[in-house]
Design a protein around this ligand. Structure first.
Ligand code: ADP
Ligand code: MG
Length: 358
């Protein structure tokens, strides 16, 4: 059981608190992604699990045992870093062998392990090269290989793909996913990239300012964000937030616009007459006639052609918003348009607490 449990973890640098009383359970063999903006504490949390940071409070459990007092090398984990952290003067083979030699593993066994791992990562022909003679993708594979030969219970990865170009990044995403399947062990993967989080994670932990915002599957995070932070952080272009008044069980209004609304949520939360924030994803807006009873009137700003779709930007309530439309739709800068939101998809948030009404 390679579960990792964090109980009441607190961490500060001097007087600055970085992680605040954090609780989280990562399940055995799960692919868990930590995602959040730069500086929110993702790396710190990963390094706490690895034993590379001291903490001011709380316990770290690996396999149901407290590991607070165990050295990183005794925690049965392996970490892969963004900058690869390969030894430049050693060959690929020596880089992979290093940790095993320190453990005084039998030489023949070391060779066997490295050859197997190299084969599975397509590195066999590069074993004698130095890191500087490899491409970025190959270096990243060596870093993965070096972790794999140790057969750790838990893999920790800190933005391992951010130094790669876009195409290679997409390819390595699926390689790491299949590696996880093959190794059948626990992965904890840090990224600031919400697309990476959605495509790779079994579950995602969304962090902001050292606090957990939501822990859930990609599907739940995308469709049922807990709060406006998660709703805004996940998804691109970002969700539109419009301040509206709840007129009736199925109608929201602002200025001279009306939006059909999810009546069950309004009923459950007694929202009639209240001001709330409506959250509408760009892909849930479509062009409609302006006489519709469910319409938002806008003036098109920049139009971005993305091949299969068009992003139309516009301004409402002094905020930049956008709609994602089929590429075939003809829209240009300055056009008067009316959108109708897909009413099943409109989310409502409390304007003070920013929590989603359920
Ligand atoms: P992330 O990986 O999410 O970008 P980090 O975990 O690296 O964020 O950092 C979280 C916060 O802790 C940031 O505000 C950062 O400035 C601060 N921090 C990280 N390392 C140190 C350090 N060694 N000394 C002081 N502050 C640090
Ligand atoms: Mg980081």
């Amino acid at each position: 059981m390679s579960s990792v449990v964090l109980k009441n973890i607190s961490k500060s640098y001097g007087k600055v608190s970085v992680i605040k009383d954090l609780n989280l359970e990562i399940r055995d063999k799960e692919f868990m992604v930590f995602v959040g903006p730069s500086g929110c504490g993702k790396s710190t949390l990963l390094r706490i699990i690895a034993g590379l940071e001291d903490i001011q409070g709380g316990e770290v459990y690996i396999e149901e045992k407290v590991v607070n007092n165990l050295h990183p090398k005794d925690r049965d984990i392996a970490m892969v870093f963004q900058n690869y952290a390969l030894y430049p003067h050693m060959s690929v083979y020596e880089n992979m062998a290093f940790a095993l030699k320190i453990r005084k593993m039998d030489k023949k066994l070391i060779r066997e392990k490295i050859e197997n791992v190299a084969k599975s990562l397509n590195l066999t022909e590069y074993l004698n090269r130095k890191p500087k003679e490899l491409s970025g993708g190959q270096k990243q594979r060596v870093a993965l290989g070096r972790a794999m030969v140790r057969e750790p219970k838990v893999f920790l990865m800190d933005e391992p793909l951010s130094n790669l170009d876009a195409k290679l990044r997409v390819q390595m995403r699926s390689e790491i996913r299949s590696l996880h399947k093959k190794l059948d062990t626990t992965f904890i993967y840090v990224t600031h990239d919400q697309v990476e989080a959605l495509t790779m994670g079994d579950r995602i932990t969304v962090l902001n300012r050292g606090e957990i915002q939501q822990v859930a599957t990609p599907d739940e995070i995308y469709n049922y964000p807990e709060n406006m932070f998660v709703a805004g952080f996940i998804g691109s272009p970002q969700m539109n937030f419009i301040k509206v008044k709840v007129v009736s069980e199925n109608l929201l209004s602002f200025e001279n616009n009306n939006i059909s609304a999810p009546s069950d949520v309004i009923r459950r939360n007694n929202l009639i007459g209240k001001e709330v924030i409506a959250g509408i994803r760009p892909e849930h807006l479509s062009l409609s006639g302006c006489s519709s009873s469910n319409k938002i009137e806008v003036t098109a700003g920049m139009v971005e052609m993305l091949g299969s779709e068009k992003i139309v930007h516009f301004e409402l309530q002094n905020l930049d918003m956008s709609a994602k439309l089929p590429a075939s739709v003809e829209v240009s800068y300055g056009d008067k348009l009316c959108f109708s939101p897909d009413d099943n998809k409109v989310l409502l948030f409390d304007k003070d607490t920013q929590k989603r009404y359920r």
